[in-house]
Design a protein around this ligand. Structure first.
Ligand SMILES: NC(=O)c1ccc[n+]([C@@H]2O[C@H](COP(=O)([O-])OP(=O)(O)OC[C@H]3O[C@@H](n4cnc5c(N)ncnc54)[C@H](O)[C@@H]3O)[C@@H](O)[C@H]2O)c1
Length: 344
């Protein structure tokens, strides 16, 4: 099949594109290589993909008029996987406009492309952050999600709503995937795992927000990719919900559109997470305990029931194995001989 994947120089887009290419598909990889974090890491990901048959990289911003339509170059994609976005909860307080630009205007351009080329399926990334401060022990896709506590979450929720309207108006089958804290090799330098490992190796203190009380439903990258690849084949049809005991389908009654949680299914406390990193590195962390940051949520735990009902799959990599793989990658690819972590 022919795929258009956006965000292929990013963490998740890189892994998704690589898997699709390994499976024999062709991929147009679209990314603006934004300077949100070290662009050398992004260029290195694209260089890896460029060595694989079937990959064509397009370096452009989503918001640039006609950039997406020119990227597909008259050969319509069968499936669009939209992963390019301005990510990060905390940065949305410092630079709100970049979120509106990438996550709202950029998404609109993707929706307009889909309106023009009518793919069999649009799969795109939303986030666990849309659940906000929900007190529920497990987040289900049909929970109310209109009380975001960060602009990042607000743009992602708005994106879901925009995509629903296009699914309804133009019959574009659409799945919004709510990702829960994704980690693994080639991960993002702004995320806690990357920062913790770098600081511990450099014997620098690590900032532990929320006094260490945070809990996260961590998802290992290969599990996330497996779930996305399987969801590509689960094309939503209006009025055809999954009917199974203990499963509530989020399928819209008026559009071929649904939201699906993708999560590891096991919530880990922040302090246990740090202990595991210490054990794997064989070094102690110096902790700088700090209060909750604005926009942060204390706990994220997903119900995996809908993903399992749709795909027969549930992420299963245990956190220690996933952390070991990340740290092995970090030590071989990032940590230089002088002890400073820099992308090569
Ligand atoms: N990593 C996680 O834990 C996580 C959790 C929830 C949701 N998500 C979502 O998953 C998606 C991918 O996240 P990621 O972790 O790979 O982030 P990332 O920052 O590594 O990748 C995003 C990519 O999009 C590109 N991009 C950003 N704005 C662009 C624009 N306007 N035009 C063109 N390209 C642009 C960037 O250059 C980058 O390479 C995002 O939508 C993010 O919000 C990620």
């Amino acid at each position: 099949m022919r795929f258009l994947v956006t965000g292929t120089a990013g963490f998740i887009g890189f892994h998704v594109a690589r898997r699709l290419l390994r499976d024999g598909h062709s991929v147009v990889g679209f990314d603006g290589i934004t300077p949100y974090y070290d662009v050398r890491l992004k260029r290195r990901r694209h260089a890896t993909l460029n060595q694989m048959p079937g990959f064509a990289a397009v370096e452009a911003m989503l918001e640039t008029p006609d950039a997406l339509i020119e990227a597909v170059d008259g050969r319509n994609p069968d499936v669009v996987i939209h992963l390019a976005a301005q990510a990060g909860v905390r940065h949305s307080i410092e630079d709100p406009e970049s979120y509106v630009s990438a996550n709202l205007v950029g998404l609109l351009k993707v929706l307009e492309l889909c309106r023009a080329v009518q793919p069999k399926h649009l799969v795109f990334s939303s986030t666990s952050s849309v659940y906000g401060m929900s007190p529920k022990s497990e987040f289900v896709e049909t929970d109310v999600t209109d009380r975001p506590v960060s602009l990042y979450a607000a743009t992602k929720k708005s994106g879901e709503v925009m995509a629903h309207s296009y699914a309804h108006l133009f019959g574009i089958p659409t799945t919004a995937c709510r990702f829960f804290t994704v980690y693994g090799p080639s991960g993002r330098p702004d995320m806690s795992l990357f920062k913790f490992v770098r600081a511990i190796l450099n014997d620098e203190p690590i900032d532990v927000f929320g006094e260490g009380k945070h809990e996260r439903d961590f998802t290992y990258i290969d599990d996330l990719v497996e779930a996305i690849v399987r969801l590509v084949g689960c094309i939503p049809e209006t009025g055809n919900p999954v009917v199974e005991a203990d499963v509530t389908d989020s399928l819209s009654a008026v559009a071929p559109y649904r939201e699906v949680n993708i999560a590891g299914g096991k919530t880990v406390g922040l302090m246990r997470y740090i202990e595991l990193i210490e054990e794997i590195l064989g070094r102690k962390a110096r902790l700088n305990m700090l209060p909750m940051q604005p926009g942060d949520v204390v706990r994220t735990t997903a119900s995996p029931a809908l993903l399992k009902a749709l795909t027969g799959y549930q992420p299963d990599t245990d956190i220690r194995t996933g952390l070991e793989k990340f740290i092995a990658w970090y030590l071989s690819e990032i940590h230089d001989a002088s002890g400073r972590g820099v992308p090569a």
